[in-house]
Design a binder for this molecule. Structure first.
Ligand code: CA
Length: 760
């Protein structure tokens, strides 16, 4: 009898026990995804960073010269260093960089001369571990921590074993302590910090083997100072010599605050783990914990690889820019004013690229972090004078729009209410009624005309129509936050502005167009021509940028069929390129051409929500078709894995959401619009412990259409679900088929949020 009870208990709890077991999902991640890119063509413009989630520093092999944005390119067969990295994009290059490079035989410090050949067959890039064996037999391994790295260099006995530390090209300081087997130093190498004088990345490195020889070098003239232990000035580095055939471990941590803090972090993150395998095991566990937050089942091996490689990249930016003091309390160096503050800070993100998908995904996975982040945004505004829009690590003002308000409102709408909404609205209003000193997204280019005329005129401001459209959406977010927090003053102000998209819609051509200061349309007009009133796109790409009022756009166009026919034609018209004011072909144009989907340019953000708009106009099966086509044709797990710039998790998050069968068309509302899930089953484990399960029965490459759907057992006729549906846990079930169901999701009740009602 007792035995039976035990069996019964086992039977009852076995499924739980199995479920509690972690899947080994890091094995599917390829960190080299998207690395086969160059200036003229981006398959992601990524580099094989090994880093912890949202880590302050990552580490990457380096094939390009110091200071070059393309720090690792798949087609180059020589590595010149292993680098501490942060870079969001090759277009911005990196900051606070230094590197270590094992050299065999003769000592060569110069970055060209020391570069060593390797083969991708002997390289493996994983979230928690990177390793490569050079053709000369030297193996390098890296296992990251949040603010440091554990390295291991294994030298063959065929030559002398050197390690070169490259202090890069700007100001730096190096100190070697042979007794303690340490190197400490700092690098400046700033990019976009407001207090350039005091910006320093302090590093502390501890080696596990004694130095046989050492010295300082100066990289401008390749001068060597043998036996010297200190160097300070422009481009100083160091070198060490170890016993032939050594296996050398180096543990390194960095701080923007002080040497003392660098060692404190070192102790906390690396002090215990004397062996790289321990650091690696910790990193593997943490990444597996995170990746297990979304367990997908039923796809092909390649779909699993693509999904988890994208999920890795969706969890790297924004960086934690804060450190932990002696009491484990967060504090940070502000990249905006150079002072030290208590609290959290996050940076390295261009919101133009990420407000659409990365933040709506992060709000599902990491609401606690988002709560801290939203306050940090407002603190940054006080330190900078402006809300961050494209930070790296200080403000660059890159791209257009004031999309910090999208993040803030999206968080608020979803119940992440850690911040003072009035503080957010004031910061946003200042943004919307001024122009800052940096790029177009720092304050508002053309803000006066926008308020006076209801649009930004062209000629006048490059990207004027794109600006008008994005300002109107941001104003909707301002309105929404004001409305939900009971702020009548700002609600009224922004309610007047959020329909301004109407002012740049030309009913004759059916496109969003440039408009001159006297109110006439900018001539000549050709919807294929890039630039001018559009930003990194043309009229075919920008006509859809009405996230908050797609029904309003349908009304302007003359009804549902007018909208869906026009979206249909994006895919059937020729993929010709007309560079317009860009003067020549830029990589985004080339990517559209290669994708071979007409004027559909998934390689860049403006059009990425467009296929989900069929859900607003009674033809959801077309969303389902295109979502699957795009995922199948434009994404994979290889070095050519993205159809354009990955952009700090933006492109990856589009894939993750779409592969789950949902997408956030209008951040600032709580809705996720339905697409077509790739997998038979996806289980999302929320931070609160709830689980949201998405099942798609009979799903496969042909059966991409939703026949029927239920949410928690109740028939789901709507083409969207809400954030609380997800976060409260539950299940959404689809029956899939190879034929569209022309009757499901076709009513206006099924359509997701729009400001406007349909015209009668
Ligand atoms: Ca982009």
């Amino acid at each position: 009898m007792k035995k039976n009870v035990v069996y019964l208990l086992l039977f009852l709890f076995l499924p739980e026990l199995i479920q509690a077991q972690q899947k080994n999902l890091v094995q599917y991640v390829n960190t080299l995804q998207g690395t086969d890119s160059h200036f003229g063509l981006s398959y992601g413009n990524t580099y094989p960073m090994t880093a912890m989630p949202f880590g302050m520093h990552g580490w990457s092999p380096q094939t390009g010269p110091n200071g070059e944005g393309w720090k690792y390119q798949y087609f180059i067969d020589k590595i010149r260093g292993f680098q501490q990295v942060h870079q969001c994009s090759p277009w911005t290059s990196d900051y606070a960089v230094y590197s270590l490079m094992p050299v065999l035989g003769e000592l060569k410090v110069n970055q060209e001369e020391r570069a060593t050949t390797f083969s991708h067959d002997n390289e493996r890039g994983m979230p928690h571990y990177y390793t490569v064996t050079f053709n000369n037999g030297v193996t390098t391994e890296m296992a990251p921590t949040t603010r440091g790295v554990h390295l291991r260099f294994s030298y063959p006995a065929t030559g002398d074993a050197y390690l070169v530390l490259d202090g890069y090209t700007a100001l730096s300081e190096i100190r070697i302590d042979p007794e303690k087997r340490q190197i400490t130093g700092w690098v400046n190498n700033e990019r976009f910090v407001n207090n350039k004088e005091n910006f320093r990345s302090y590093f502390a490195i501890q080696f596990d083997k004694p130095f046989e020889a050492y010295g300082i070098w100066e990289n401008e003239q390749d001068r060597l100072f043998e036996g010297q232990t200190t160097g300070e000035g422009k481009g100083y580095g160091a070198y060490l010599k170890f016993k032939k055939g050594s296996k050398v471990q180096a543990r390194a941590a960095s701080s923007y605050i002080s040497y003392e803090q660098a060692w404190r972090t070192w102790e906390r993150e690396l002090g215990k783990d004397k062996n790289l395998d321990q650091t690696k095991a910790r990193g593997e566990k943490e990444w597996n914990n995170l990746l297990n937050r979304i367990v997908v089942e039923g796809g092909t091996e390649e779909q699993l690889r693509t999904f988890y490689s994208c999920l890795f990249r969706a969890n790297l930016y924004s960086r934690k820019f804060y450190e932990r003091d002696e009491n484990n309390e967060p504090y940070y160096y502000s990249p905006y004013d150079g002072n030290i503050y208590a609290g959290y800070m996050y940076t390295d993100n261009g919101f133009w690229d990420t407000f659409r998908s990365q933040f709506p995904l992060t709000n599902i996975l990491h609401p606690t972090m988002q709560g801290r982040y939203m306050n940090a945004l407002l603190d940054a505004q006080e330190q900078c004078g402006w809300l961050p829009s494209w930070s790296q690590p200080g403000e660059t003002g890159g791209m257009i729009g004031n999309h910090a308000i999208s993040l803030l409102t999206d968080a608020w709408v979803k119940g992440i209410r850690t911040f003072d909404p009035e503080r957010a609205l004031k910061a946003y209003a200042h943004e919307a009624m001024n122009k800052g000193p940096w790029g177009g997204a720092n304050g508002r280019a053309g803000w006066k005309e926008y308020w006076q005329l209801g649009y930004v005129p062209y000629p006048g401001s490059e990207g004027a129509t794109a600006q008008t459209l994005e300002y109107a959406y941001d104003d909707f977010c301002g309105y929404q936050l004001a409305r939900l927090s009971g702020n009548k003053f700002y609600e009224e102000i922004f309610a007047r502005q959020m329909y301004n998209y109407r002012n740049v819609y030309d009913p004759v051509t059916g496109f969003m167009r440039g408009r001159t200061i006297d109110g006439s349309w900018t001539e000549p007009f050709d919807p294929y021509v890039w630039g001018g009133p559009y930003c990194e796109g043309n009229a075919w790409h920008y006509t859809w940028s009405v996230f908050h009022d797609i029904q309003g756009l349908i009304n302007l166009m003359g009804g549902d069929r007018a909208l869906t026919n026009k979206i249909d034609s994006i895919f059937t018209i020729p993929n010709v390129i007309k560079p317009g004011t860009y003067g020549s072909v830029i990589h985004e144009m080339k990517e559209m051409e290669i994708a071979n989907m007409g004027q559909y340019a998934h390689g860049n953000q403006p059009i990425q929500h467009t296929i989900y708009m069929y859900n607003y106009a009674g033809e959801p099966w077309k969303t389902q078709y295109h979502a699957r086509q795009i995922m199948e044709r434009l994404y994979n797990s290889t070095e050519r894995g993205y159809p354009g710039d990955e952009d700090q998790g933006g492109m990856s998050s589009w894939y993750i959401l779409s592969a789950l069968g949902i997408y956030s068309v209008c951040p600032g509302t709580d809705e996720y619009v339905i697409g077509s899930p790739v997998f038979e089953k996806a289980t999302i484990t929320l931070e609160n412990g709830n689980k949201f399960v998405i099942e798609a029965k009979n799903n496969n490459k042909e059966n991409i259409y939703i026949q029927s759907a239920t949410l928690n057992g109740v028939p789901l006729e709507k083409n969207y679900i809400t954030y609380s549906d997800i976060i409260n846990g539950g299940d959404m079930k689809f029956e899939m088929s190879n034929e569209p169901n022309l009757k499901r999701g076709i009513t206006k009740e099924a359509a997701p949020f729009s400001l406007s009602a349909p015209e009668k």
